[in-house]
Ligand binder design. Structure first.
Ligand code: ZN
Length: 386
């Protein structure tokens, strides 16, 4: 069951080869789990299996519990509910004010969680864990180390606050790490072993997924590409450095660059829409953003040697308007062998990536979700099939 929770639906053959027990032993255990309603069998979709009879997949059922992913952005909250068989059952999003406070966010998340539970017909007791994404670097104990989230959460414990309110285990992670996890498992990074994901929105963050696991570094800071220096004489950044990638290619910087062009642009989405209509100034700003991202990514390619680079966040929606100049820059600046092995693509999950990644955190890092003290786990383990 732990393997099915982490890996998602699998064929019997995959289960046998991964567990390393005999086919007979696995079949006996599976038969018992199916009979008790923890596991069901479903045909693989024709799209996945190609021609011929589709193989049968084994997956956990809703009886095994549900996982919830929460993405708290700078001005929105999104909540996704999936059962442990890797099937999304409900999803809700809501705008928050630009400068929301922690209590406001906890209230909004609680009400969204109740909404998705009601939509899926699931009780709160069925939740095995909640993954929470925040747009801030987090240390290894889940405390924010940045001023980019509400001031009342700086150096505090957001996961603890939410866990206390909902009575469910909550684990927090940086939003770009979660976007990386989601694209690696369910999006543009499938079949990649070394994936580098960039979330380029108001801020610019990144996540690295190695063999299906997020790489966080020794203290949780890995992937903070937004503070890579692209211009030593550039403007001062909120981090105290000068000429950071974020200062040149973050959303507000891109919008500011067209201020004198006559175009009415208030957001990255406006910028992309205008470029698609043929606005020359907006097209140029996006191409320049690709170049600037390329300066930072060239270093990543040389050092990490990823096989896939996925551009997500608001800027990801620009697709080739950014990617063409980004690839061109990489071709000039990174080592040829690193450039050849990395495909640079647009994210497939869009603004849902971070919330889906938060669900995947619950599914794939089960060991981090211990119930709040004083509460017994009610789901996620059969009581009779030990
Ligand atoms: Zn900076």
């Amino acid at each position: 069951m732990a393997l099915l929770r982490a890996s998602g639906p699998m064929t019997r053959g995959e289960l046998v080869s991964t567990i390393g027990l005999s086919r007979g032993t696995v079949s006996t255990a599976v038969a018992q789990l199916v009979q008790e309603g923890w596991v069901d069998e479903r045909p693989a979709s024709a799209a996945l299996s190609g021609r011929g009879r589709p193989p049968t997949l084994l997956a956990l059922t809703q009886r095994a519990g549900v996982a919830i992913g929460v993405d708290l952005g700078r001005s929105h909250a999104r909540v996704v509910l999936a059962h442990l068989g890797h099937e999304v059952l409900a999803e809700q999003a809501r705008e928050l004010g630009e400068s929301w406070r922690a209590t406001e966010a906890v209230d909004a998340v609680e009400s969204l969680v109740d909404d998705v539970l009601a939509a899926a017909g699931v009780e709160r007791a069925g939740i095995v864990g909640i993954g929470l994404g925040l747009p801030a670097p987090l240390d290894t104990s889940g405390h924010s180390t940045s001023i980019t989230i509400p001031p009342d959460w700086v150096r505090e414990d957001p996961a603890g606050a939410l866990a206390q309110r909902l009575g469910v285990p909550v684990v927090v992670d940086n939003d770009a790490n979660l976007g990386a996890l989601a694209e690696a498992r369910w999006g543009a990074g499938r079949r990649s072993n070394t994936l580098f994901y960039i979330k380029a929105s108001t801020g610019i963050g990144a996540g690295l997924v190695l063999d299906g696991r997020v790489f966080r570094g020794s203290s949780g800071t890995a992937g903070e590409i937004g503070h890579f220096t692209v211009d030593e004489d550039g403007l001062v950044c909120r981090c105290g450095s000068r000429g950071c990638l974020e200062v040149r290619a973050g959303g507000p910087a891109l919008v500011a660059q067209v201020a004198h062009s006559g175009a009415e642009i208030a957001s990255v989405a406006d910028l992309i829409a205008a470029a698609r209509r043929g606005d020359l100034a907006c097209t140029r700003v996006l191409a320049d953003a690709g170049e600037t991202l390329g300066v930072a990514l060239a270093a990543v390619l040389n050092i990490v040697n990823p096989d896939r680079v996925v551009l997500g966040g608001e800027l990801g929606a620009a697709g080739e308007l950014v990617l063409a100049s980004l690839r061109e820059r990489l071709g000039r600046q990174a080592l040829p062998s690193a450039v050849r092995s990395a495909s640079v693509v647009q994210g497939q999950l869009g603004e849902r990536a971070e919330a889906l990644g938060a669900v995947l955190l619950v599914l794939t890092e089960e060991e981090r979700f211990t119930p709040p003290s004083g509460q017994e786990p009610t789901h996620g383990r059969p009581t009779t099939a030990q």
